[in-house]
Design a protein around this ligand. Structure first.
Ligand code: SAH
Ligand code: SF4
Length: 336
């Protein structure tokens, strides 16, 4: 069986031409698949009955199974989606008043192995197809009472988005299109562990999306220990890529997970301030969310506040980001 959602537009045009359907039907079918979220060929009512019958003999529409759903007291919902081949990913929906943010996964698992991250521990199963990224949005949308809409997207779930670029680009194009997800580009954030060629690609390929970088340490030796990807793309190269990123009016978000006694000292706060000097950015400090089996601890409250104070004194906007959804394992770094 051919999964209709996996076909490019050109492939779909060719398939439909084979059963006597004009090219514009490809756009209609895609609208049914991705905007309406239909899950059976019989429901593609834009096509004549005969065309549907002949398609149904050869094609189907894959939809992931919602294998688990957890809701936290603050309204955060975590969904575990399982695809046909058994690969799974999580997505988190965070309704906060008018703003409804969805955290999307770009890969099932992650190959980068950051030592403090649960997804990193899992390793990579595979990259997600762009339609599977959109599937997460479709599944989350069903959780919302009408007329609520998802207003913001952050690629901060499982996986490294800049290692799955084609799928990322196609998904973002759809989710930000007026006849697709309808979410403005300025409300889409891509978070990367620091894939330097990917950052250059992003600036050229998806202008106006927001960039976030998981920095987590201002010195190479420490960063390489926490994030092995730093051996390939050390801080010098990474910060140079950030300085040439066409951020426009949107500052780059620097994410810094504070690990108790590891990267939360005042000296490192000063080093971070030096490293980022002159870069339009805002710094999000994320106290480590402990999870079983890892030898790291949450930072003390005093260390968090002192770290923030140093950055503020150096002129930065530094926000302490208390992760939401920790009680359902939906906080940063708990996915998997
Ligand atoms: N791979 C991308 C996208 C995932 S974002 C990236 O790393 O940027 C996941 C974010 O959660 C990253 O900023 C990461 O540093 C952070 N994180 C990972 N494990 C965490 C933990 N246990 N506690 C708090 N934050 C964590
Ligand atoms: Fe992968 Fe990001 Fe987790 Fe590192 S922090 S292992 S890059 S998901």
């Amino acid at each position: 069986m051919i999964d209709l959602k996996k076909l490019s537009r050109d492939e779909l045009v060719a398939l439909l031409a084979g059963i006597g359907q004009p090219a514009w039907q490809a756009d209609e079918v895609r609208r049914f698949l991705f905007a309406k979220g239909v899950t059976s060929v019989a429901s593609l009512t834009t096509l004549p009955k005969k065309a549907r019958a002949s398609l149904a003999a050869r094609c189907d529409i894959a939809a992931p199974e919602v294998a688990d759903r957890r809701t936290a007291p603050d309204g955060t919902v975590k969904l575990l989606l399982r695809f046909g081949d058994g690969a799974a990913c999580e997505t988190v929906l965070m309704p906060r008043g008018d703003r409804v943010t969805q955290c999307l996964s770009s890969q099932a698992g992650c190959p980068l192995g950051c030592v403090f991250c649960r997804t990193g521990e899992l390793g990579l199963t595979r990259g997600l197809h762009w339609g599977e990224i959109v599937d997460q949005w479709l599944a989350a949308r069903r959780e919302l009472p009408r007329p609520a809409r998802i207003t913001n997207l952050v690629f901060m779930g499982m996986g490294e988005p800049l290692l799955n670029r084609e799928a990322l680009a196609e998904a973002v194009r759809f989710l930000t299109a007026a006849d697709g997800g309808g979410i403005p580009r300025s409300r889409v954030t891509i978070s990367t562990a620091g894939i330097v060629p990917g950052i250059d690609w992003l600036g050229a390929e998806l202008p106006r999306v927001k960039l976030a970088v998981s920095l987590n340490a201002p010195e190479d030796a420490l960063r390489s220990r926490l994030m092995p990807v730093n051996r390939k793309y050390p801080l010098r190269d990474l910060v140079a890529a950030l300085r040439r990123y066409p951020a426009g009016r949107q500052p780059i978000t620097i994410e810094y997970v504070l690990l108790g006694g590891v990267n939360d000292s005042p000296a490192l706060a000063r080093a971070l301030a030096r490293l980022l000097r002159g870069l339009p950015c805002k710094i999000n400090l994320i106290p480590f969310n402990p999870h079983s089996g890892l030898p790291y601890a949450a930072p003390s409250e005093m260390a968090v506040l002192a770290f923030q104070e140093r950055l503020k004194a150096a002129g930065y906007t530094a926000i302490i980001r208390r992760s939401q959804g920790a009680e359902i394992g939906a906080a940063c770094g708990q996915l998997g």
